[in-house]
Design a protein around this ligand. Structure first.
Ligand code: ADP
Length: 234
């Protein structure tokens, strides 16, 4: 079984009008450590819905997700929250940084689930801020940063717990072309570094940008609720 194994995910939402809305009908993919994937598809095709299911933020109606041998949807609520915070990192189109907190404090937010952050967590956050090129901005607030810098902080925050799976939903959607290319390069470089250090690292990026998709190793199209890595048009 692959490190990330997604089999026949379907997702329906109840509709007040009657028949349920079928958003995903059959989405399957499998990725191993060091692999990355772009999911492309028209707006409204269910890309964010699929990413939310991979991130365990939403349940599938049917189908299975297994990450590092664990089916998160079989865990109870507390175990699922722990699994999500340890195994999955998220980068969104909007950085979702806390405006009142410094850059360093923002990167430490994922540790708050376990209580306060100690010296080793602070060292991990500082080391990541150095890797994303922001070691001289740790005490600044998000309002003092450019869009690209804010997204670098969001990337550091997503990676600070060394998640197995990094999920990014239109991570460069709010950035100009040059900054978007830089952010993509950074995401790929950080994944390569983690892989080279023997850490299991998978990245899945949802995007409507063909340029961004072309930078990743694999590309899959979500269309008509269907996604299959083996076939681009299913
Ligand atoms: P994409 O990311 O490809 O643009 P989304 O996953 O955001 O697509 O949305 C896919 C479809 O699912 C859209 O038609 C959207 O309106 C619908 N949808 C998303 N969330 C819900 C929900 N909670 N209830 C009902 N419909 C939803």
């Amino acid at each position: 079984m692959s490190l990330l194994d997604v089999q026949h995910i379907a997702k329906q939402y109840a509709s007040v009008e009657g028949a349920p809305l079928e958003i995903l009908t059959d989405a399957s993919l499998a990725l191993d450590a060091g692999e990355n994937l772009a999911i492309v598809g028209p707006s409204g095709s269910g890309k964010s819905t699929l990413l939310a299911i991979l991130g365990t933020l939403d349940n599938p109606t049917s189908g299975t997700v297994t990450l590092d041998g664990v089916d998160p949807f079989r865990l109870d609520e507390a175990a699922l929250a722990k699994f999500r915070s340890e195994q999955i990192g998220f980068v969104f189109q909007d950085h979702h940084l806390l405006p009142q907190c410094t850059v360093l404090e923002n990167v430490l937010v994922p540790f708050l689930a376990d209580g306060s952050a100690g010296n080793s967590q602070i060292a991990a956050a500082e080391s990541l801020l150095k890797r994303v090129g922001l070691s001289d901005r740790t005490l600044h607030r998000p309002a003092q940063l450019s869009g690209g810098e804010k997204q670098r902080v969001a990337i550091a925050r997503a990676l600070v717990r060394e998640p197995t799976l990094l999920l990014a939903d239109e991570p460069t959607g709010n950035l100009d072309q040059a900054t978007a290319a830089e952010i993509l390069k950074l995401l790929i470089k950080l994944q390569e570094e983690r892989h080279a250090q023997g850490r299991p690292a998978i990245m899945v990026v949802v995007t409507h940008s063909e340029a961004l998709a072309a930078g990743l190793q694999r590309r899959a199209v979500l269309q008509g609720g269907c996604l299959n890595l083996a076939k681009e048009d299913c």
